[in-house]
Design a protein around this ligand. Sequence first.
Ligand code: PLP
Length: 392
Amino acid sequence: MHFIDLQAQQNLIRDKIEENIKKVLNHGKYIMGPEVYELEKRLAEYVEVNNAIACSSGTDALLLALMAYDVGPGDVIFTTPFTFIATAEVISLLGATPVFVDIDPETYNIDPDKLEQAIKALKSNDSSVHPLPITHHPSPMIPKGIIAVDLFGLPADYDNINKIAKENGLFVIEDGAQSFGAEYKGKKTGSLADICCTSFFPAKPLGGYGDGGMCFTNNKEKAQKIQSLLVHGKGTEKYDNVRTGINGRLDTIQAAILLAKFDIFPNEVQLRNQLAQNYTDSLKDLSPITCPAIPDDYSSTWAQYSLLSENETARISIQKQLKDNDIPTAIYYPKSLHQQTAFHYLGYNNGDFPVSEDISKKIFSIPMHPYLDAKSQNTITEAIKAYANRHK
Ligand SMILES: *Cc1c(COP(=O)(O)O)cnc(C)c1O
């Protein structure tokens, strides 16, 4: 059994993919070819924002978004410790400081109440209010922005996050690397913050056959700045450089592949939701296993379907049992970011973000993709039920 089945998807659209790649081979515009602009246009329409800017990865999308706000040394960006390393890595890379804020125990996304406390603690330089990192800059740290993450495909609580941001003069970036296609109160992810970033890494809900990403924004000035930043800070033309940027373009051939995949994407989001619903119908109320909770007026794109076990030992035992039944599982994320070696320099301690630490010991993900057949679904839910019945 596959954890994610990209081959089943390819079998459906192989002809279209080959046709699209052939077009690129024929016109030969491998950099910034027409497919890149077509993809930007179609995804901007889908998300309902004015500007979509294709780039080389989800990580670079986040980096470009921060660069568009001139983030640098002395600046603070608030974010969650329960995410993929890229979310916080880009903050450090620019010399700014990530200030971690614990997650909500039900959604696993940044907790707005704790975000408010973190901002207060930083402004009063009082780490008894909320854990703060060690300062590596002589001058006081300046709160600049927030990166909220839509973990496993579920949007964060943007009404509250945007309100807190506004009250404190901060910008908000949506890390929607896992949530393309999801909705929050009738609006698509990609439209929920000042700049929204997504990823086309092959395993993401909309994935290419290589790296890729996109920034979405209704802010025209930021859109133009990102367009410049991703071509070495170009001005009016390529050899006029008005700022330092990066080589952050999306390959035309990836755009061509993504266009073929986007044709079936809305249907795939539905299939993912059906699978999630089937899982939840079978596994809810199955103590000691906890199913994911989707708040009212939210929808997920189910990058992962993640269950909670009782504790670390129980997780080892259930994962082994599933493996013995040929069912692959994965752990996102076994370590919170404040516990990663890369972030030791921030001086955080174990226990600083108890919810994130607790969830990382209990969580595991089961196979999730649009083409998981009914028989496999049944094998998975029966194996989990058998485990639960023995451990009541
Ligand atoms: C995958 C991912 C990224 C990075 O995307 P890449 O395209 O792999 O660079 C960033 N944030 C989150 C939450 C992710 O899951």
